[in-house]
Design a protein around this ligand. Structure first.
Ligand SMILES: CC(C)(COP(=O)(O)OP(=O)(O)OC[C@H]1O[C@@H](n2cnc3c(N)ncnc32)[C@H](O)[C@@H]1OP(=O)(O)O)[C@@H](O)C(=O)NCCC(=O)NCCS
Length: 175
């Protein structure tokens, strides 16, 4: 059994990713997987999926209109795709400053409860250090207990909660 590891998105994981996508009851739960970059692509089609993966990789160096550059990573093990993380390189939009923060992540429903969110967040914090960020903002909804626990375990310090009820905003120092 290979330990889960973070990789650069890889089009050869198409079948596993499609299988994982079918597990999600709510499309709104897809945090940090870069689906925004898919646009009109049909990710069930292999060629479209490959194009999306290309965009995810390019996202690191080429900003798209209205978006900032970001590092996208997938958590995988021998069974395939487990989840994803995204580090937005700076809080360059109102949405990121107000709600989105630097880092988003998600774990496929069938793989939850195994500590994988922690592994992904640690990996994305590492990417932030590599990029020289001194601290990152990570947010979650107040009723998302698993995400709040993940952020707190990583050293997240809760900041203002008042101006946007129901949203918890944390800062994590990378120094
Ligand atoms: C949030 C999410 C990433 C957690 O993934 P996961 O791999 O199941 O989480 P983990 O197994 O690493 O558990 C994380 C922590 O939450 C705790 N936890 C898990 N489920 C919980 C629950 N239902 N209630 C309270 N705590 C819970 C775990 O005990 C763990 O705490 P610890 O690190 O202090 O031990 C996953 O539920 C998900 O993908 N949700 C949809 C997307 C999302 O909400 N992303 C976060 C955006 S802010």
């Amino acid at each position: 059994m290979t330990a889960p590891r973070l990789i650069v998105p890889d089009a050869s994981l198409h079948a596993s990713w499609v299988e994982s996508f079918a597990e999600w009851p709510d499309p709104q739960d897809h945090h940090g997987d870069g689906l925004l970059l898919a646009g009109d692509l049909d990710l069930r089609v292999r060629a479209d999926f490959s194009e999306w993966v290309r965009r995810l990789i390019e996202d690191e160096v080429r900003p798209r209109p209205g978006l900032v550059t970001a590092t996208n990573r997938w958590l995988v093990d021998a069974s395939g795709y487990l989840g994803s993380g995204q580090l937005r390189h700076h809080l360059g939009t109102d949405y990121l400053r107000d709600r989105g923060g630097h880092i988003g992540y998600s774990v496929r429903p069938s793989a939850r409860g195994n500590g994988y969110a922690h592994v992904i967040l640690q990996g994305m914090l590492h990417e932030g250090r590599i990029r020289g960020l001194g601290r990152v903002m990570v947010s979650c909804l107040a009723d998302n207990a698993a995400s709040a626990a993940t952020i707190r375990r990583a050293g997240g310090v809760l900041c203002d909660e008042d101006d946007q009820p129901g949203l918890l905003r944390f800062w994590i120092s990378l120094n």
